[in-house]
Design a protein around this ligand. Structure first.
Ligand code: ZN
Ligand code: ZN
Length: 346
């Protein structure tokens, strides 16, 4: 049995039915669109899947494989006995009903596997670092090209080509290219808007390599910025660097967030930073833990998190600067290395 399954089963006091497919992949290496995994406190593990995946399921070491119909919750409801924990943030209500119909006592849980998955081993750190490096190189190539006069969508498409050329398996999410006032929308999709001179352009992009995601943001100038945008950039950068210099294991997600939020608020931009400082990254681009004023997480060594303050000025523009970092006992190791001083693109 894998170390991951072993450490999960040791945490359990009742069987856990894992239906989050990314958690199934993380625990067993089994990649499918239809599977469930029953992990028991004593270490017994059963992998359920349908006919399409049953042959690859038999290659998973240390688990008992059981064939089910494609709609598996009804079958599982009939097979499972006693009290079973389930992932309440993943299982749809209709599936819960089917599972319950067999008489199983269902106990909702949240984040049990996610908590294990949030702590990366060194093999995972190496994959995350590679993913971040490939993303850096793709963007570097893009900055050698002309941006002014091209549409946001065209630049986003070109970035995709460059990322693939540099070794990305796929994008970890659709890249954001937001110019001028569009930069005030933190998650705006690229539009037909033409990039003009005298403003900021925010690029938020990431790739997946060997299953692991990267996530990075840089904001560029197209020259001759209004004072207010220049000021926002400087404040955001100082806040981001303060967070990078002080985040370490043992801080809560709230404390980490405050490292960047305090100087932004002190500069009068508090209302313009409306999202959390960061999120975990791994097999998925958004996973545990959270760094935000509402976070209930505490950072531990091995967490992989983003550090991404932003300042959004409606009608004018915005800035966000995001790095990907591994939390260590005394600080963080940054995986993204693209320069952060304001770069002017032509
Ligand atoms: Zn991002
Ligand atoms: Zn992010």
């Amino acid at each position: 049995m894998s170390e991951r399954l072993k450490s999960l089963s040791e945490r359990l006091d009742a069987p856990l039915l894992v239906t989050n497919l990314t958690n199934v992949l993380y625990l067993t290496g089994f990649d499918s669109s239809n599977a469930a995994l029953l992990v028991e406190p004593g270490g017994a593990v059963t992998l359920y899947t349908d006919f399409r995946y049953i042959e690859s399921a038999r290659d998973v070491p240390g688990v008992e494989v059981q064939l089910t119909k494609r709609g598996m919750m009804q079958a599982l409801g009939e097979r499972l006995k006693g009290s079973v924990q389930f992932e309440a943030d993943v299982l749809p209500y209709v599936e819960w009903e089917r599972l319950k119909a067999g008489g199983t006592k269902l106990v909702p849980t949240r984040g049990i596997v996610d908590e294990v998955r949030a702590v990366k081993d060194e093999d995972e750190v190496a994959k995350l670092a590679r993913s971040a490096k490939i993303a850096d190189r793709g963007l570097e190539a893009l900055t050698a090209e002309t941006w002014v006069g091209r549409a946001e969508r065209e630049i986003a498409w070109r970035l995709r080509e460059l990322l693939h050329a540099h070794g990305a398996d796929e994008l970890s999410f659709e890249s954001i290219v937001a110019a001028g006032e569009n930069g005030a929308k933190p998650h705006g999709h690229p539009t037909d808007k033409i990039v003009e001179r005298g403003t900021l352009v925010t690029v938020d992009w990431g790739v997946r390599v060997d299953g692991y995601c990267s996530d990075c943001t840089r904001t560029f100038s197209t020259g001759g910025l209004p004072d207010r945008l220049r000021e926002a950039y400087d404040v955001c950068l100082a806040a981001q660097q303060r967070a990078c210099a002080n985040i370490k294991a043992g801080l809560t997600g709230v404390e980490a967030d405050a490292l960047a939020r305090e100087p932004i608020a002190a500069a009068g931009f508090g209302e313009n930073f409306g999202h959390g400082l960061g999120h975990g990254v791994g097999l998925m681009v958004h996973e545990a833990p959270r760094l935000s004023p509402e976070s209930t997480d505490t950072l531990v060594a091995g967490h992989c998190v983003t550090i991404e303050p932003g300042i959004y000025l409606p009608g004018l523009g915005g800035v966000r600067i995001e790095d990907l970092a591994i939390v260590r006992d005394g600080g963080v190791d940054l995986l993204t290395s693209f320069p952060k001083e304001l770069i002017e693109v032509s």
